[in-house]
Design a protein around this ligand. Structure first.
Ligand code: TIU
Length: 242
């Protein structure tokens, strides 16, 4: 007797602005952007740019909550890291040349060479350590689609909805959401799971996403996502995209 095909996962409703969003958990990915020591801890890239890195701490606990819920629900989880090859051949001079000459990308700092792959500062913070099997995507730019295989992985897994967390709201989170929106993904910024060194930019960055009927996507938060995922467990293959 042929095996009964798995029932397609049902949609769940996410409270969001400017409007609620229905999504299939099997077609959604949690994308955690650049929660690296270089951005969140003293002595890294964020601090060399003149920022108060403690401002990003607010996003850690909400990220932990959505990460646990996403894992429990069987969502695809992707972690990203901004950084460059040790030889810096992927680092545009126009990016490297900015900032104090002794504290630029590639310079030695308390957590190793700043924003360089393999250095301690480049690691994701321990509180959000990737689990085995979760893709960790190294990206040379601000957006997670630029010069990476993110889109290929999403296509292969039938993903159509990106639940985006991480830092910083107006830089790498925003760039990734803009890139994803143009590629046809429904992108949701999880407000309390994102943070900025500049609180006003966090607030306005989220406003920009949801303005004009959701010009770049949706804004939701960890509480709403936990509610949407409660009771859903979708380890089945995603439904056919056809
Ligand atoms: N500087 C700043 O706000 N952000 C970055 O340089 N990269 C990310 O946002 N990950």
């Amino acid at each position: 007797m042929p095996a009964t095909p798995p029932a397609p996962p049902s949609e769940t409703q996410l409270a969001a602005e400017p409007a609620p969003l229905a999504f299939h958990p099997a077609r959604a990915a949690l994308v955690i952007i650049d929660m690296q020591r270089d951005f969140l801890e003293p002595g890294g890239f964020g601090e060399t740019l003149g920022n108060d890195v403690s401002r990003l701490q607010a996003a850690v606990a909400p990220c932990q909550a959505v990460l646990a819920a996403a894992r429990a629900a069987g969502l695809m989880v992707i972690h990203t890291r901004e950084g460059h090859r040790p030889d810096m051949m992927d680092a545009p001079p126009a990016k490297v040349e900015r900032g104090a000459p002794t504290a630029r990308i590639g310079c030695a700092g308390p957590m190793g060479r700043i924003l360089i792959r393999g250095e301690p500062g480049h690691d994701i913070i321990a509180a959000l350590a990737p689990a085995p099997g979760e893709p960790v995507l190294d990206k040379p730019g601000k957006g997670a689609f630029y010069q990476t295989d993110l889109e290929l992985m999403l296509k292969n897994r039938g993903i159509d909805t990106l639940l985006v967390a991480g830092v910083t709201t107006e830089v790498c989170v925003h760039t990734t959401i803009r890139e994803g929106n143009d590629r046809g993904y429904r992108c949701v910024a999880l407000a309390d799971c994102c943070a900025s060194y500049i609180p006003e930019f966090h607030r306005v960055g989220l406003e920009m996403i949801k303005a004009q009927g959701g010009i770049f996507g949706w804004v939701s938060d960890s509480t709403a996502l936990l509610a949407a995922l409660a009771g859903t467990a979708t380890h089945a293959a995603p439904p056919s995209a056809a």
